[in-house]
Design a protein around this ligand. Sequence first.
Ligand SMILES: Cc1ncc(COP(=O)(O)O)c(C=O)c1O
Ligand SMILES: [Zn+2]
Length: 413
Amino acid sequence: MIPQAITGLQCSKCKWMAPAEPFVYTCPKCGENLDVVYDYDKIAASCPRLSLNKDHDASMWRYLPLLPVKEAPENRSLRVGGTPLVDFPHIAKKTGIARLQIKDDTRNPSGSLKDRASELAIQHAREQGQSTMIAASTGNAGSSLAALSAFHGMKSIILVPATAPPAKLTQILQHGAQLVPVNANYDTAFDLAFDWAKKHQSYCRNTGVNPILAEGKKTVALEIAEQNEWKVPDHIFVPVGDGCIISGVYKGFFDLLALKWIDFIPALHGVQADGSAAIIDSLSHRGEIQAVSANTIADSISVDHPRDGSKARRAIIESGGRGFRVSDDDILAAQKLLSETTGIFAEPAAAAAYAGFLQASEAGVFKRGDHVVVLITGSGLKDTASAQKLLIPVGAVNANLADVENFLDSSQG
Ligand SMILES: Cc1ncc(COP(=O)(O)O)c(C=O)c1O
Ligand SMILES: [Zn+2]
């Protein structure tokens, strides 16, 4: 067991400090989302940066001293986190930058970055004495909670819009979670899950309103820093729906800067679909974030009312990042280009980050020496129907050499 370094949960709006125990989801004073606050001197004393070099655990649990739980789970062998950060010099050269890296979080156990949050939330729920968790999800948080609950022996209940991609619904059922497909959008499912958790005193893994989730997601930032030997990139592109991933990425770099393990926080660029851009739209006026009526092919970032909008906006502004809006056509084109040039198959929401990178490049945002990371948050195998929109269907060929050769000649690209 490590010495607990949490000093409390601080409101991101009124700055009220709630104790870490008993755990509260949102600010008891004003209802806004909370940030986990640490005693950085205590962390520095118990875990000097160099000590990580000796840790052979490649999973996100290598960062336990910076996480809000007492212990890591006994079994970490499914390995959440520790995903590849892959260099693409040919794309960097073409773009006129020094370095492009893709952080491939499709390589988590259930195929998305959400595993980082589920893994931490399950351990946190255990430490709260809970045995049942509920979550509303556009699909990935649910499939992630279902998979990791199966691994850790937790009971999970998942509310999703009935229109979620079939592969994500299949994942949830396959892992034995109780699936509740609701005839409503994600926002309604969110409120229902929260109400159920309150009524039945269960643990709620709803994005945004549970500060533990951003702490799990922040481990991707810790990895990006460590994998670059603590020389952080200049820019990071992050797809944004509710805004919890980008606020988690910001929190990771914020913690590292407070520990003086890095020199600055990279510019965090938030990318939203044109049809679901409440957070990006609010950047220009900085007033209240106005809900939209979301409509985009990128189901994972299709959100009317972003539940972590204020913290996401803070992450973009305070890191010196920008907001990018991309169309569904841009997303599908970026998804195909990414697959063809890197070998990485992203789902539409994740490909939105790459579309944002392409848009920024065209807009002349980068300087020659820049180091850019694009965060790919979920696997394309979860939604093959979207990718198929740009593919030309291929008919069957008669099983003889001449027909195969004719086919290859006629279909040469
Ligand atoms: C693959 C993927 N990318 C991006 C996001 C957006 O994350 P957030 O809602 O925290 O902004 C999600 C959320 O479901 C996701 O599953
Ligand atoms: Zn408050």
